[in-house]
Design a protein around this ligand. Structure first.
Ligand SMILES: NC(=O)c1ccc[n+]([C@@H]2O[C@H](COP(=O)([O-])OP(=O)(O)OC[C@H]3O[C@@H](n4cnc5c(N)ncnc54)[C@H](O)[C@@H]3O)[C@@H](O)[C@H]2O)c1
Length: 351
């Protein structure tokens, strides 16, 4: 665990921000010095769980004298402003996925990060990277055991119909119904997983979508896209927000490579028994249900304390979100589109 406690402030104290706050309290690696939400009730409620934190309902939060790191958990389209304020104040940042909800916002955030103070650590909340089963599958790829990847699949299939019943007490609106884009908010999780496992960048994308299962959402609730990576590898990502079933989200990870295959998230195997490499084996790592927030937070805190890149850097987050936003443009324009790629100046983030 971290050698010293990082002094953290958390902004956005809804479902996700509250879960992060509780994981921080569990981690022992941070001290929550400040909390902020525009909803005073949310601040008071979380303040009861974390009595040491100063409480804010506006941007004076960013001027807190003691805060060295900011964790951002506002809605998908509201990440940019707190991100820019935190970066300009020289704070370390953890920002939830998707990095932003528009291509323009991502360009602006990356440009700001390029001028951030030296040593600032930025983590983007692509949490599947902290699921042990996916870590083990990636290890099999990185060691060369599976050979060269040529096709991958990953889905975000999650019944989110319950989101329709929510109303933000401050705005009287429901950002989920109005702003959430399934391929970006949900689909960028498996897309990030495919980028992380393969170490490849997306070059172009196209796809189809429809709007049958969740009519209350503004955006199409079923979005399916084909991504071509720089080396010619192909991937399919589907995002479905209203499957009529009640099980945790499932990612349908499949990886097809020249020496082996990963299917049903759990099995890597050679093409025939005769071919089986002595190291080929079923993936045994635990498949975390829910969100491994604690592991993600500890990675960020240790990156800060030990001055090393976090597992999901700003550039990783930008590329994963941007590929899905470009996909949405492809859906809208009904044509294949090129995906802008951000290159990490330190190129040390594929940890
Ligand atoms: N990584 C994951 O697996 C994961 C899981 C769930 C949610 N998320 C992400 O976390 C974010 C938050 O989701 P949620 O479900 O908690 O939403 P939510 O609506 O429950 O909470 C958002 C909170 O932010 C507050 N807020 C919004 N704008 C603000 C501002 N400018 N200043 C201060 N407070 C502000 C709102 O009052 C609200 O309390 C989203 O981006 C979502 O996609 C990520």
């Amino acid at each position: 665990m971290a050698k010293r406690r990082v002094r953290v402030g958390i902004i956005g104290l809804g479902h996700n921000g509250a879960a992060h706050l509780r994981a921080h309290l569990e981690s022992g690696g941070s001290e929550i010095v400040a909390i902020c939400d525009r909803n005073r009730d949310a601040v008071e409620k979380m303040g009861e769980e974390c009595r040491t934190a100063r409480r804010y309902t506006d941007d004076s939060f960013f001027e807190d004298p003691d805060m060295e790191a900011v964790s951002i958990h506002t809605g998908d389209a509201d990440h940019k402003q707190p991100f820019l304020k935190a970066i300009r104040a020289g704070k370390h940042v953890l920002v939830e996925k998707p990095l932003a909800n528009s291509e323009e916002d991502i360009h602006e955030m990356v440009a700001a990060a390029e001028h951030a103070a030296t040593g600032v650590k930025i983590q983007v909340g692509y949490i599947l990277r902290f699921n042990p089963v996916f870590e083990e599958i990636r290890r099999m790829v990185v060691t060369g055991l599976l050979g060269r990847i040529y096709y991958m699949e990953g889905d975000y299939v999650h019944n989110l119909l319950y989101q329709a019943g929510k109303t933000d007490p401050v705005t009287g609106r429901n950002w989920y119904l109005e702003q959430e884009i399934p391929l970006v908010g949900g689909g960028s999780h498996p897309l990030d997983l495919l980028r992380w496992i393969s170490g490849k960048e997306v070059k172009r994308v196209w796809g189809y979508s429809n709007h049958e299962a969740f009519p209350a959402m503004k955006h199409d609730d079923c979005q399916v896209c084909l991504f071509q990576f720089e080396d010619g590898t192909i991937a399919k990502v589907a995002s479905l927000y209203a499957p009529r079933r009640d099980v945790p989200p499932y990612y349908n990870l499949r990886v097809y490579a020249t020496n082996g295959t990963v299917e049903r998230d759990t099995v890597a195997c050679a093409t025939s028994e005769a071919d089986v490499h002595p190291e080929f084996k079923p993936v045994t790592a635990e498949r975390t249900q829910g969100h491994p927030y604690l592991r993600e937070i500890v990675d960020w805190l240790e990156a800060i304390v030990n001055d090393r890149p976090p597992r999901t850097s700003l550039w990783d987050g930008a590329n994963s979100t941007m590929a899905t936003l470009a996909a949405v443009r492809a859906l809208r324009e009904r044509k294949e589109v090129e995906v802008p790629i951000f290159r990490d100046p330190s190129s040390a983030s594929h940890a």
